[in-house]
Ligand binder design. Structure first.
Ligand code: ADP
Length: 491
C-alpha cells in the first residue's frame, strides 16, 4: 500500500473512533464501561491471534511449495517448463529391427512431407498414433526417426511432466504445447508415458490429472487433420488408458512395439558394435540375450567394451559379454531374461497355441516365445464357432504344459483372462449360450467344455506340437507357414 493511503486510512479510523465514543456517551455509557468493553475485546482478539499462530506453527507445510500467492507459486512451478522444438537427426536406419513398426509409420512421414497430396484426395491421416510397448524398445527413438525422416520439428514431453500439484498447470502446458506445435507445423508432438495423464478415470479422482486430460482431448478434437501436427504417444499400459483417448479421431492408430526377437537383437547389436573392435559372432550374443530390450542391448555393448578396456584387451570378445551380462541384467530390473527352463516352458506353451490355431483356422502370422498376434475380433458379424475356436486356442497352451511338465505356470494368466472375456461376451452379450438370458454358470460350463476339447485335440496334435516347439526354442519365433509345413510333413 502507498504511504499516502496508509495515512488516509489511519485518519479515517481515528475519526470513526471519536464519532463512536461521542455517540455512546450521548446514549448514557460512561467512559469506564467503554474501557471495560474495549479490554474484553482485546482479550478475545488476542486469544484469536494466539490460535492462528499455533495453527501456523504446527500445521504441516509442503516443502515443495514455493512461497507467495497461488499465482506466484504457479508461475514459479511453471518456470522450468520450457517447450522447445528439437531438430531430430535420427533416421529409420538408426532404428534396428522393428520393421513392421517402421512400415506403419512410413505413411505418416510421407503425409508430413506432402500434406497437399493427401488433402487433394481427401485422405485423412490419424491425429494420434499410440506406440504400445515395454520400456527401452525404441518408442522414443522411432518417433524421433519419423520427425527426422520427415524433416519436421519434434516436441518431446513426458506425461508425468504435465501433471503438477496445482490444478490447471497441466492443462495450461498442454495448451501451450499444441499452440507451439501448430506455429511450427508440420510437426510432431511426442508424449512419453501418456498413462500419467491418460489413466482411466476411476474411483480415485485427481482434479489436476483430469483437467490435463480434458485439455488434451479438447486440443486433439480441435485441430484439423490437415493442420500437419501429429501426436505420437507412448505407453506400456494401454489397458489402463481412458477410453476417451482411444476413441476415433484421437489415438485411433495403435502400433505395438515388442521386445526384439532373435534377428532384431542381432541387428541392434550390429548397430552398437559397428565402430568397435569386436571379434566374435554377433549371433551368439543375440542368442544369449532373450528378453533384452534395445536399450539393454545398447548398455550391454557399452559395459562389455568397458570391461575389455579395463582388462587391457585389444579386442572385445564374447567372454567380455558373458562377464557383464548379469550386471546389466541386475541394473535393469525391469527387463526380462528367461532361463533355459523358462524358455522351454514358453516354447511348449506357445507351440500348442500355434498348432491349435492352425488346426482351428484362427488366423495369426507368427508366434514368438513371448507373444502371439491373434487379431481382436472386431467385426460386426462373428460366428459362435469362430469364438469357440479362439477360446480353445487360448486354453491349449495350458493343456500342453500340464501334460509335459505335470505343473501349471503363471504365464497362462493373460490367456485365461482373454478366454474368460470371450466366453462372457459370447454368452451374455451375443446370446450364444443355451438360453437367451444367461448366468455366470453358463460361462464356466463353456470354459470347461472348451478345455476338454482342447485336451482331446492336443492328444491328436502332440507330434506336430513337439516339432513346432523345437523350432520355437531354437528360433524364438515360428510363422504360420512353418507350422503348416511341419503339419504336412508329419501327415
Ligand atoms: P522407449 O521409448 O521405448 O522406452 P527409447 O526409444 O528411449 O525406448 O530407447 C532407449 C535407447 O535404446 C535408444 O536411445 C537406443 O539407444 C536404444 N534402442 C532401443 N531400441 C532400439 C532399436 N530398435 N534400434 C536401435 N537402438 C535402440
Amino acid at each position: 500500500m502507498q504511504k499516502n493511503n496508509k495515512l488516509l486510512v489511519t485518519v479515517l479510523l481515528l475519526i470513526a473512533v471519536l464519532l463512536g465514543v461521542s455517540m455512546l456517551q450521548q446514549k448514557g455509557f460512561t467512559m469506564r464501561d467503554l474501557l471495560n468493553d474495549i479490554l474484553a475485546g482485546f482479550i478475545v482478539f488476542g486469544f484469536f491471534l494466539l490460535i492462528v499462530a499455533l495453527i501456523r506453527k504446527f500445521a504441516p507445510t509442503n516443502p515443495n511449495m514455493p512461497n507467495g500467492s497461488v499465482q506466484a507459486q504457479m508461475e514459479e512451478v511453471d518456470k522450468d517448463f520450457i517447450i522447445d522444438a528439437q531438430k531430430s537427426d535420427v533416421t529409420f536406419d538408426d532404428v534396428a529391427g522393428i520393421n513392421e513398426v517402421k512400415e506403419e509409420l512410413v505413411e505418416i512421414v510421407d503425409f508430413l512431407q506432402n500434406p497437399e497430396k493427401y488433402k487433394k484426395f481427401g485422405i485423412k491421416m490419424p491425429k494420434g498414433v499410440l506406440l504400445v510397448g515395454p520400456p527401452g524398445v525404441g518408442k522414443t527413438l522411432i518417433a524421433k526417426a519419423v520427425a527426422g525422416e520427415a524433416g519436421v520439428p519434434f516436441f518431446y514431453q513426458s506425461g508425468a511432466g504435465f501433471v503438477q500439484m496445482f490444478v490447471g498447470i497441466g492443462a495450461k502446458r498442454v495448451k501451450n504445447l499444441f499452440a507451439k506445435a501448430k506455429q511450427n507445423a508440420p510437426a510432431i508432438i511426442f508424449i512419453d508415458e501418456i498413462d500419467a495423464i491418460g489413466k482411466a478415470r476411476g474411483a480415485l479422482r485427481n482434479d489436476e490429472r483430469e483437467a490435463t486430460l480434458n485439455q488434451l482431448l479438447t486440443e486433439m478434437d480441435g485441430f484439423e487433420k490437415s493442420e500437419g501436427v501429429i501426436v505420437i504417444a507412448a505407453t506400456n499400459k494401454v489397458d489402463l488408458l481412458d477410453d476417451a483417448l482411444l476413441r476415433a479421431g484421437r489415438f485411433d492408430r495403435r502400433v505395438y512395439v515388442e521386445l526384439p526377437g532373435l534377428e532384431d537383437r542381432e541387428e541392434i547389436l550390429k548397430i552398437y558394435l559397428k565402430d568397435k573392435p569386436f571379434n566374435g559372432d554377433v549371433k551368439e550374443i543375440a542368442k544369449m540375450t532373450v528378453g533384452f530390450s534395445g536399450a539393454a542391448l545398447a548398455s550391454l555393448v557399452n559395459e562389455a567394451s568397458i570391461y575389455a578396456l579395463n582388462h587391457n584387451k585389444n579386442e572385445i570378445t564374447i567372454d567380455d559379454f558373458l562377464a557383464v551380462k548379469d550386471k546389466v541384467l541386475a541394473g535393469k530390473k525391469k527387463i526380462l531374461s528367461y532361463t533355459e527352463q523358462e524358455k522351454k516352458i514358453l516354447s511348449f506353451y506357445q507351440a500348442a497355441k500355434a498348432v491349435t490355431a492352425n488346426w482351428l483356422e484362427v488366423d495369426f502370422e507368427k508366434m514368438s516365445l513371448v507373444k502371439d498376434d491373434f487379431k481382436e475380433i472386431d467385426r460386426e458379424l462373428v460366428s459362435k464357432s469362430e469364438i469357440e475356436a479362439k477360446i480353445q486356442v487360448y486354453l491349449s497352451g495350458l493343456v500342453c504344459i500340464e501334460d509335459i511338465f505335470n505343473e501349471k505356470y503363471s504365464n497362462a494368466s493373460s490367456d485365461i483372462k482373454k478366454a474368460k472375456e470371450l466366453a462372457t461376451k459370447m454368452i451374455t452379450e451375443y446370446g450364444m449360450g443355451d438360453k437367451i438370458v444367461s448366468n455366470e454358470m453358463e460361462v464356466a460350463t463353456l470354459l470347461e467344455k472348451s478345455y476338454k476339447r482342447a485336451q482331446i485335440l492336443y492328444v491328436s496334435q502332440k507330434e506336430v506340437i513337439l516339432k513346432v516347439q523345437q523350432k520355437l526354442l531354437e528360433k524364438e519365433v515360428v510363422t504360420k507357414a512353418e507350422v503348416k509345413e511341419i503339419f504336412s510333413e508329419i501327415l
